[in-house]
Design a protein around this ligand. Sequence first.
Ligand code: NOJ
Length: 576
Amino acid sequence: MISASVDNDPPRHPLGARPVPTPNSTPRPAGSAGWWRDAVIYQVYVRSFLDSTGDGIGDLAGVGAGLPYLKRLGVDGIWLTPFYPSPQHDHGYDVADYHDVDPVYGDLDAFDRLVRDAHRLGLKCLVDIVPNHCSSRYPLFLQALTEGPGGPTRAMFHFASGRGDDGALPPNNWHAMFGGPAWTRVTEPDGTPGEWYLHMFTPEQPDWNWREPTVRGNFEQTLRFWLDRGVDGFRIDVAAGLFKHPDLPDSPDPEADERTRDSVNPLAWNQPEIHEVWRDWRAICEEYTAGDGNDRLLVGEVSVPTAADQARYVRPDELHQAFFFHLLNAPWDAAAFQNVITDALRDIAATGSTITWVLNNHDQVRAVTRYAAPTPSQDADLPDPGGARARAAALLMLALPGAAYVYQGEELGLPEVIDLPDEALTDPIFRRTGSRLRVRDGCRVPLPWSGQASPFGFTAGDAPGRPWLPQPEWFANHTTERAIADTDSFWHLYHEALHLRRNLPQLGEGPLRWLDSPPDVLAFVRGDGLVCAVNFGDRQAPAPVTGTPLLTSRPCPPGILPGNTAAWWICEHCTA
Ligand code: NOJ
């Protein structure tokens, strides 16, 4: 098990870095108003973080036990994925009660303790809110089923008659995001085949009808429920969803709608009415901020095609932030990274919000594996190209203006577990695509903390239950215990970068200016004198500035930036 002590580690320089310069202004406090603008938030996938009860499933008390570890890592707060009562068809994104804790994860007392402990350590605490859909076991949905057609509760969802003979065909041609049609037909209380209901994800996740005022009112109560318990904000699931075109017309290209997460059905996503909701939610958050000066954050999962589309969600009276997934989706290529960064700087920063960078989350193949594809000129001596690139990407991300989210295990350089046996897979996408897509289990395998064998300290107790997804033997190389002991580890790179970020006034918010660089290299200067350069190529390039780097993702010989490497320098005569 990890050490639970919180220390103030002196700056360490594992990779040939020189001592941290004295900042030329006071370090930015992880304070109250505006704290989110350049915060680094750690995404806790509760189910897989740390299991305090021995049942093989992570829980809130486990998160509490891990807080000192996160404090020591140097993040500013945590985002907890859904822990609400749920049949777990989509691991909590099918909520059966928005105001409670699923017994598998603890109870409300455990939640309150966790928030208190996080705050005591100076960590913010965000919870996930799932407003696009609920669980098919949600009491109001069950009531709608028993009411039958025309019942008032049916209006809170999207029930509609089918087409064709006897209404046997779905009301329109929309596809669900997780495969298959977006409609399921119900059996009416009298036993006859009846109406259809809309679900943009699985049939166990009926979509709410946001044109119905009660739905809106209920969610406002939910916000207040968690705000009253002390949370610092919300990560909003499917924040470009909620409203559907009022006529529910056929999609002109239903196949395209399910091709990628970002090629979204324009009739089911990104409707203009959504912005009124975000204005209302922002006003509620501001009410709480007015009470104590601490901003309550709304960060949206806004999957829309372009940065300009996303910018509309983060106008000053709407969401504070929206995850900028374009960085995560960019291939390991200098031009691709530069394009997405430029788009974000142009479109999102212009709203007054800050960009919210992400390289990993619980829905995506981990960066170490994504970047591992061999390239034609790859150095045969580079043992782990994906790891080298993921380290470089981390230094790049943490040098960009704005906020960042780190997904649990990212700081350990965990690769994706790509060979989970079919029978272990639980992601509904696997089932609903006829076992075609193995997308999301491999990044959700319970974290390794210590030791040489599963459960690697993830599960407490003398006779620990098996982790809910099997951990591979090679997790032994990635335990937090081992990472902390090895000063060359991913963990130390993140730790060092986060501590520098907190202490250097050039990092976090502020200007960025690109520097001229060879085609495979991106180099930019932040504020007065922090230069970051990344070599996306496989061949070494000259370093863009002289002097010893402050921090490097891999060892750098003097004056050289090796392939697949990033570095930060202090450069006194460089200005953004
Ligand atoms: C996005 C969440 O990140 C994902 O895990 C979930 O399955 C879908 N929204 C549906 O709630």
